[in-house]
Write a protein that binds this ligand. Structure first.
Ligand code: NAP
Length: 340
């Protein structure tokens, strides 16, 4: 099997780590698309070495795709359907499979059903697959669904997770409203345009992975404010005391079959000594729990996506969520050795 060819769509904090991991799994990077870094090489932007270091970042995705005809596009540009839909459709129409980190697309059948159906249709028409993976795939879906699979009866599954805005790039820091005043945050929260929470899409994926039917979803969001002036590396700025450094969402999903799913997720700029967390408690027969003591979320994000690559290349055409892919597994060898 030949090495898969890949176009990197987005070469920021995550795209750069993923590109390095893909090269270490013998993928061939044949193109790169971004905005502010157009004209620079992946050697300059992402510190890659070898042939990939000479790939030049370009602005016109359609032109790059038509020229390079990649097997796969790795998209790390944005979080929400409204921002990734057109770029994803462009890739699919060019006959490329796509794997992204767009949090909403982890499971977007409930939050953006029409757009999801359109992506599914275009993917099928072009014989390719679109999947979103990332940290949630492993830690908020697969581990949780496996824990649930060891229970006889479930009343509630409740997760609590946190991650550091500064482990990622400016895109995510802006999503977390870092730097807002209390008034700006309240105005954003109050708009009908506020996109779905990462927690909601993750719990919908847990439900899908567990054969549960989503009945109702609610979210409560609380801003976290800087108690003193704080450096935000992702935005290369100082957030004055009293401004927003991120927020906590509490998502609750009820299911027709009974289990109630809850996730309290905090994404904020950390103070010294704070660390990422992931803990889940299951109430039922029996009561169960799991907790991760060490969690470099930015690295698990990228490694999980890369481990999903052969499954996405092997998958049936369409919008295939991680709930519909085989079990997440370590890739012991080059990607090509895992292709059907
Ligand atoms: N699912 C997960 O587990 C997970 C984990 C981490 C991050 N994410 C998501 O992944 C995304 C990327 O994160 P990051 O930390 O890598 O962000 P980042 O450092 O800000 O990088 C974003 C990259 O995408 C490019 N870009 C953005 N919009 C674009 C567009 N419309 N067309 C072309 N290029 C575009 C940017 O180009 P310029 O710099 O040239 O503008 C940059 O190269 C974020 O939305 C984040 O929420 C998901």
């Amino acid at each position: 099997m030949k090495k898969p060819t890949v176009v990197m769509f987005g070469v920021g904090a995550m795209g750069s780590i993923i590109a390095r991991m893909l090269l270490e799994r013998d993928a061939e990077i044949v193109g790169a698309v971004a905005r502010s870094t157009v004209g620079k090489t992946l050697g300059e932007v992402s510190s890659l070495e070898g042939d990939a270091a000479r790939v030049v970042v370009e602005a016109d995705a359609a032109e790059v795709l038509a020229r390079t005809k990649p097997d796969l596009v790795v998209m790390t540009i944005a979080s929400y359907m409204e921002d990734v839909k057109e770029p994803v459709l462009t890739c699919l129409r060019h006959g490329a499979n796509v794997i992204s980190l767009a949090e909403e697309n982890l499971y977007s059948w409930h939050t953006s059903p029409e757009d999801t159906a359109e992506i599914d249709r275009v993917a099928r028409e072009n014989g390719v697959t679109y999947t979103c993976s990332g940290h949630q795939d492993g830690y908020w879906v697969q581990l949780v669904a496996t824990l649930m699979g060891t229970a006889h009866r479930i009343d509630e599954v409740r997760g609590k997770a946190s991650w550091n805005v500064d482990d990622f790039g400016p895109e995510l820091a802006r999503d977390q409203q870092v730097g807002d005043t209390a008034e700006e945050f309240a105005a954003w929260l109050g708009t009908a345009e506020r996109p779905p929470t990462f927690g909601r899409n993750s719990l919908h994926a847990v439900a899908a992975a567990s054969g549960l039917t989503v009945e109702h979803s609610t979210t409560e969001t609380e801003p976290v404010f800087a108690t003193e002036d704080m450096r935000c590396a992702a935005l290369d700025t100082t957030v004055p005391a009293g401004r927003v450094i991120g927020f906590t969402d509490i998502d609750v999903v009820t299911t027709k079959e009974g289990p109630r799913l809850v996730l309290e997720m905090t994404g904020k700029v950390y103070s010294p000594g704070e660390a990422d967390s992931n803990a889940w408690v299951l109430k039922g027969e029996p009561d169960l729990d799991l907790e991760n003591q060490v969690l470099p979320t930015h690295l698990t994000t990228c490694a999980t996506l890369v481990n999903r690559v052969p499954q996405v290349l092997n998958a049936e055409p369409g919008y295939v969520t991680v709930a519909g892919l085989p079990r997440l597994q370590y890739m012991g060898g080059p990607i090509s050795s895992h292709l059907a």
